[in-house]
Structure formats: structure tokens, C-alpha cells
Write a protein that binds this ligand. Structure first.
Ligand code: ZN
Length: 275
């Protein structure tokens, strides 16, 4: 997956606008569907590098969505990581010291296919300012996964997502990950919107789970800051390896058919009843 593949996925998804840049300088694209109005849905994929199948899934689901209700889709919040995981370090023009540092973070291996972080070894889904540094598996130095970063919101990809959520256009935020066929809801002491979360899990045939002791995630931040529903959807069966096999994509698309319609219904109701 190269930078222009990621751009093409955004273009296929909808009307593209850019909301920031990755650490390396790639544009972060959000694709809009439906009319432009507040109270919409934000769906974010590929927060974790090796979960790049979610970019393809979301692009396809957005392309198929023909509703009026506004849905913004970010197929890939972590383009640098996705490119690193699929193309390797050679895909980047890096200073020798930075290449060596990547290699060191990756335990001396040039195989980055299981990498989750961004290009300097920060796990974006631990970098948000919500219980930052208090997660069970958090680590405190650059790593292929679980490094929280030097401070909350330190990464350009995190900052861009924070700005997007701050625009006040969304009633529901859904983050796509892989894998396990689970839907995670709630965060810390916030456990509202159970029925809405359960409806999503039921439609997908996934297991609904209360968010465990993770922290610093995108949807964690959304829930804590805005007290609106946020979900993490873990697509795909656990029996398959990382990265999730490309030939299972049609099955994922089928499983998620019309789920954007349900997200729109939920957002509409939540927005109308918000306090
Ligand atoms: Zn993930």
C-alpha cells in the first residue's frame, strides 16, 4: 500500500478534504458522504499500521452508502505506518540515523508487517489525552506497539484527529481495528449508550464488550471529552494472522453491509436527544 493507493481509497469513499498531515508529511484525508450538516458520524480506520485492511473496508462501505445523513470516513489515520507495514522502510527517504532508529525499535528486523505505531514508534491509539499512560499494556519508549508517546497528543496524526472531532460536527465516532469480531463501548466511568452499542454489535454478529483497561485511544478521548457515543469495532476473525488476509475482504464487506445506515440512525437519534 503506497501513498497514492491511500489517496485513491479516500477518493473512492467520497468527497475528500484534508485535515492534517502525517509525521512524514502525507496528507490525512476525510471523505464526506451525505449532506453537510452537524450531528453526523465519523468513522476512522487504520489507526494501527498493520490493520490497513480497514482502509479498504471503509472505502468500500462509504462508496456503497447512499444515505443523506452525513458520514465522514477517514480510511487511514496512520498512512506512514500503513506504508511502512506494507512496503518496508525503503518506501521512505530517511536520514541514516532515522532508518537505524526504526530498525532498533523493530528489534533489528526489516520486516515491519506487524508494526502498529506511526513512523517514530508511537502507538496512536494510546497517544490521546484520555487516561494517557494508564493503560495496562502501555510502554514508555518507542516500540512497534503500545508506546504512548512523550506526552498526550504529541503526534501530528493524533492532533489532526483531535481537531476533526473538535469541529462539533459529529454525534457518533467509530474507530475500526482488526481483529476479534468485537465491539467495544464505554470508557472509564462512562457507560452511556449501551442500547446503541448493543444494536451495532448485534447487527454485525460481533460480541459487545465493555472497554477494558486500555487508555489513550481515539474513541476513549471522544467519549471522555464529548460524552457522546464512541465505539471500537474489531473486524475479522481471530484465527487469521496480522495483517488480516486481503482475500477475506469481500467477507468483511458483506458482514458490514448497511452498517453505515445504522450508524446514521444512531447519530440522528443521539443528536436530537442530546442535552
Ligand atoms: Zn488496532
Amino acid at each position: 500500500m503506497r501513498a497514492d493507493d491511500i489517496s485513491r481509497l479516500a477518493e473512492r469513499a467520497g468527497k475528500v478534504r484534508f485535515f492534517g498531515k502525517s509525521l512524514y508529511g502525507y496528507p490525512l484525508a476525510a471523505a464526506s458522504k451525505g449532506k453537510r450538516a452537524p450531528g453526523g458520524v465519523l468513522v476512522v480506520g487504520t489507526v494501527h499500521a498493520r490493520e490497513h485492511i480497514t482502509a479498504k473496508l471503509l472505502s468500500e462501505l462509504a462508496a456503497e452508502y447512499d444515505g443523506d445523513y452525513p458520514i465522514d470516513v477517514v480510511p487511514c489515520l496512520n498512512p506512514d505506518g500503513a506504508i511502512l507495514a506494507t512496503e518496508g522502510a525503503e518506501a521512505f527517504t530517511l536520514k541514516a540515523a532515522d532508518r537505524l532508529s526504526l530498525l532498533r525499535i523493530n528489534d533489528g528486523s526489516w520486516d515491519f508487517s506487524k508494526w502498529k505505531a506511526n513512523l517514530r514508534g508511537v502507538d496512536l491509539n494510546t497517544n490521546f489525552d484520555a487516561g494517557w499512560g494508564k493503560g495496562e499494556s502501555n510502554v514508555f519508549k518507542p516500540s512497534p506497539e503500545n508506546y504512548v508517546g512523550p506526552y498526550p497528543g504529541s503526534e501530528p496524526e493524533t492532533q489532526a484527529a483531535v481537531r476533526l472531532m473538535a469541529e462539533g460536527r459529529y454525534a457518533l465516532v467509530v474507530a475500526y481495528h482488526s481483529k476479534g469480531e468485537e465491539v467495544y463501548w464505554g470508557f472509564g466511568g462512562y457507560a452511556d449508550y449501551y442500547a446503541e452499542s448493543a444494536a451495532v454489535a448485534e447487527r454485525l454478529g460481533y460480541t459487545l464488550k465493555r472497554t477494558p483497561r486500555s487508555a489513550g485511544g481515539l474513541k476513549d478521548y471522544w467519549i471522555e471529552k464529548y460524552r457522546l457515543p464512541g465505539l471500537t469495532v474489531e473486524v475479522g476473525e481471530d484465527k487469521y494472522p496480522h495483517p488480516y488476509p486481503e482475500d477475506r475482504l469481500p467477507e468483511l464487506i458483506k458482514r458490514h453491509k448497511d452498517i453505515f445506515g445504522l450508524y446514521a440512525e444512531i447519530a440522528k437519534k443521539v443528536w436530537k436527544n442530546r442535552r
